[in-house]
Design a protein around this ligand. Structure first.
Ligand SMILES: [Mg+2]
Length: 380
């Protein structure tokens, strides 16, 4: 029998943990509106104006007013402009968002150290045990929401449940500025009624495939055999079979991963020529890229640090839409940032750092278990 050698673990549900998922509401846009109240109650799109970029650029975030026009993140700025010509376009200011994010995390740490950020504006918190000895995760979530509002003047949504998957679905359920609690005895009901599009991790392509085999909501998913889900969706099918049963035992992983990888050199003799600087950048790029591939990381932001002979130090940062995975590419970027400097003074120190790191994910490399299905690898 083809699948005879496969055995699946009997899924076990752990309902002993207390997990909160916090998700800021239209984060970048809300931060900009906070900084400039004249933007309030107007459609705000975080992107450079397409007129300034020759129609290029992508929407990072849109506030709820802009969303009423059908504008959403990842849409081209040009399209957003066509949908709502009077929308206010604000170029992103990541330093500002990072600062707000780090203040959020300070609030989280009043309650727990078990924090797993998903992005600047989202995180899981495990408050099973917590710093204020509060048994109710709901009360902690409400306190966090209040403190974020009063101290940062921003709103967020919270989801509270016994695992990450449910907490994330919950925070999305009552957005913006809401809270949803899914206790263990309500999980089944919540999950079976949820449209399949709402299942976190089920992308657009998978939704189409789901519909094709008659899965429109959690109940349809629940009714499928595990083997059938695995046949259609590979590893994701295996995981969804558990999730629709309210099972997700993955830990809230503290983010001890490196956030940036960089290298700097102070030179024994200051660099006085363009060629020396370029040579040093070449060497630094190679070292940084070697380190990144060793740690299986890649990022989209490059920071160049320059210290001149008078000890004036500058850092220049540039963010790209795609991951930088290649030594030559990193070198070219470093050179292009350097080109905005002038070599009036000799250079004492140079540094290259790649930040905002993510793990390199190899797609389409099947795990040993899934090699049993060579024609049915999940490609989502
Ligand atoms: Mg958000």
């Amino acid at each position: 029998m083809r699948y005879g050698i496969l055995t699946f673990d009997e899924p076990k549900k752990d309902t002993s943990r207390k997990i909160i998922h916090i998700d800021m509401d239209a984060f970048y846009a809300s931060v900009e509106i906070r900084e400039d109240p004249s933007l309030k109650n107007k459609p705000v799109v975080i992107a450079r104006h397409p007129k300034d970029t020759g129609g290029r650029g992508v929407v990072t975030t849109a506030n709820y007013e802009a969303r009423k026009y059908g504008i959403h993140s990842a849409m081209s700025a040009q399209k957003a402009f066509e949908l709502c010509p009077k929308a206010l376009f604000v170029p992103p200011n990541f330093d500002l968002y990072r600062e707000a994010s780090s203040k959020m995390h300070q609030i989280f740490r009043r309650y727990t150290d078990k924090i797993q950020p998903l992005s600047l504006d989202e995180a899981y918190l495990d408050v099973t045990t917590n710093r204020i000895d509060q048994k109710s995760a709901t009360l902690i979530a409400e306190r966090i929401r209040k403190e974020i509002h009063s101290e940062l003047n921003l709103t967020c949504s919270a989801g509270v449940s016994y695992n990450k998957f449910l907490a994330k679905l919950a925070s999305d359920y009552n957005k913006p500025n809401g809270i949803t609690v899914i206790p263990p005895d309500k999980a089944h009901d919540f999950l079976v009624h949820l449209p399949i599009e709402k299942y976190h991790g089920v992308g657009e392509k998978s939704v189409e495939k789901m519909h094709a085999i008659g899965i429109y909501n959690g109940q349809d998913l629940f009714d499928k055999e595990e083997l059938e889900l695995v046949r259609h969706f590979g590893k994701m099918g295996h995981s969804l079979y558990r999730k629709v049963r309210g099972i997700d035992n993955s830990e809230v992983k503290n983010d001890r991963e490196p956030k940036s990888i960089g290298k700097e050199s102070t030179f024994a003799h200051n660099l006085i020529s363009e060629n020396e600087v370029i040579g040093a950048l070449r060497e630094l790029s190679a070292k940084v890229m070697r380190n990144m591939s060793k740690k299986q990381k890649h990022g989209k932001t490059v920071v160049l640090k320059i210290r001149y002979e008078d000890f004036q130090t500058y850092t220049r940062r540039r963010t790209f839409p795609d991951y930088i995975d290649d030594e030559e590419e990193l070198f070219q970027i470093a050179v292009s940032i350097w080109e905005e400097e002038s070599l009036d003074l000799s250079v004492r120190l140079l540094g290259i750092t790649v930040t905002g790191l993510d793990s390199v994910v190899f797609e389409n490399i099947p795990l040993p278990l899934w090699q049993k299905f060579p024609d049915e690898r999940n490609t989502d």
